[in-house]
Design a protein around this ligand. Structure first.
Ligand SMILES: *Cc1c(COP(=O)(O)O)cnc(C)c1O
Length: 376
């Protein structure tokens, strides 16, 4: 055992999450979002499995670098790779990569669109446009619709191969929140105005996990789930009513390196944080070098029927977990301790208790934590 701590990724659970997703959205095609190293789970094994075993063929990435990495590591697989944000289409070196490696840029502004259309090399490349329907991050403005239509006409394009937009508030109610309603209306209007200008829309997608969980945007051909594939709901309370029954595909494990009993006021670790009362401290092999940052202070950790909490300062390589005195017989050096397991609800509680979101917890995990894959 060269590393004491690891993220065990269960691919069977990814498969059953996908089945649950298909039950929720039976008629949509799926573009699985695997940016940021598949939300920390390891993009290469996840895409390999999803492509070979689950039949997924379209994957969404944020940067060109992420797409190149997948193409390099998985040359034998046939899949589409979409780059959403860090596109850099107008750089000569990037342009050639898109063309030669069949990576699909999502165009989110008029400058990139103009460049793309004017370039003969892209003439037979799919045209993918993302519009800003209200989020105000990336995306072509609704006001630029005529401009877009004129450009398409000028360069002899009649079809948008994939039309997209993205929600600003999908973690909140799709039906009560005005912003969501406004965005849904804007997208509808966008499609009808494109049609009125003789532009055909081949495929379209709008919904990320939060929207899919609420069955919003399912009239489009595609959906773009990210977080839910990995287990957690992305809805905030009280919207989260157990609709998404996904399980966590990962379990974060560590080991107890050492335990010792402490008395009230006894200092532990950097900064000599005084213990609150009599208890037992377990030193575990996870610290901010692994992505377990100081924000985890106070996080509840369950072990053999006892509930401890991450206590005092988190170190680079270790953290202290404080337990009540009665845990003394149930805590042993060498014990595996799990920070989260397959239960979605307790993972969401962990995220809420340290005032963060599942997305951040996943993306924080550093490369020092080995990702280990299991398949029955
Ligand atoms: C990340 C991302 C998604 C997936 O979002 P989740 O909330 O993780 O489901 C979908 N679309 C775009 C454009 C994204 O950037």
């Amino acid at each position: 055992m060269r590393y004491r701590s690891r993220l065990v990724v269960d691919l069977d659970i990814l498969s059953s999450n996908l089945d649950k997703l298909k039950a929720l959205a039976p008629s949509n095609e799926i573009m699985a979002m695997v940016k940021a190293n598949a939300y920390g789970h390891g993009a290469v094994p996840i895409v390999r499995f999803a492509c070979q075993n689950l039949g997924l063929k379209e994957f969404g990435l944020a940067t060109l670098g992420e797409a190149i990495y997948l193409r390099d590591e998985l040359p034998e697989l046939d899949f589409e790779a979409y780059v959403f944000s860090d596109v850099q289409i107008a750089l000569q070196e990037c342009k050639e990569i898109y063309l030669n490696r069949r990576i699909l840029p999502v165009l989110s502004n008029i400058e990139d669109l103009s460049f793309f259309l004017a370039d003969k090399d892209f003439r037979h490349f799919p045209l993918i446009l993302k519009f800003n329907t209200g989020m105000n991050r990336l995306g072509i403005k609704m006001d630029d619709l005529d401009h877009v239509a004129n450009l398409l006409k000028k360069f002899g394009r009649k079809t948008i191969d994939h039309l997209m937009s993205h929600f600003a508030c999908a973690s909140q109610s799709m039906f009560k929140i005005k912003m969501n309603q406004k965005q849904l209306e804007n997208f509808k209007q966008l499609k009808s105005e494109l049609r009125a200008r003789g532009i055909q829309v081949e495929k379209s997608s709008f919904s990320n996990s939060g929207a899919i969980e609420q069955k919003a945007g399912l009239e489009e051909s595609h959906i773009r789930p990210g977080l839910m594939l990995y287990g957690p709901s992305s809805l905030t309370l009280p919207n989260r009513k157990g609709v998404w029954s996904g399980q966590m595909i990962s379990r974060l494990e560590t080991y107890i390196i050492q335990t010792f009993e402490v008395g009230p006021g006894e200092p532990i670790g950097y900064g000599a944080t005084p213990c609150p009362r009599n208890g037992v401290v377990a030193i575990v092999a996870l610290g901010y070098g692994d992505g377990i940052i100081n924000r985890y202070r106070g996080a509840k950790i369950r072990h053999n029927g006892h509930v401890g909490e991450i206590y005092g300062r988190v170190n680079m390589d270790m953290a202290q977990v404080f337990f009540e005195q009665d845990a003394v017989c149930d805590l042993r050096a060498g014990d595996i301790m799990t920070i989260w397991d397959h239960d979605q609800e307790s993972f969401l509680e962990l995220a809420e208790s340290i005032d963060t979101i599942p997305y951040e917890i996943f993306c924080q995990l550093t490369p020092r934590v080995p990702r280990v894959y299991r398949l029955e």
